[in-house]
Design a protein around this ligand. Structure first.
Ligand code: SF4
Length: 103
């Protein structure tokens, strides 16, 4: 069985997504088209090991990434979570899927 995204994120970023309360207070103000899901949903997808998170537009938006560091009201570093997920996506070779989406 492959390692869960939750565990991978914990090991790489030190962030425990089980602390997420799904309050969705981590909404960031970014231009249209930068996000397909809210940041809180991204964190929840990690919690439930939903691998679709690796190809969502929100994960690959540099503008979202820039704002994500202090977006969580409960102290999670979502920027670090996103970087760990990007790294995992590259490892799994899902970057090509992402490129196709941009076309
Ligand atoms: S603000 Fe923090 S705790 Fe609330 S949904 Fe966003 S990541 Fe989860």
């Amino acid at each position: 069985m492959s390692t869960s995204l939750r565990r991978i994120v914990k090991e790489r970023s030190g962030q425990d997504v089980s602390r997420c309360q799904a309050c969705l207070d981590c909404d960031v103000a970014v231009p249209d088209g930068e996000q397909d899901i809210p940041l809180g949903s991204l964190v929840q997808m990690v919690l439930y090991n939903d691998e679709e998170v690796l190809t969502c537009r929100t994960l690959w938006s540099d503008e979202v990434l820039r704002q994500a560091r202090y977006a969580c009201q409960r102290g999670l570093n979502i920027q670090a979570i996103m970087l760990a997920l990007r790294e995992e996506a590259c490892k799994r070779g899902v970057m090509e899927l992402q490129d196709e989406r941009k076309r």
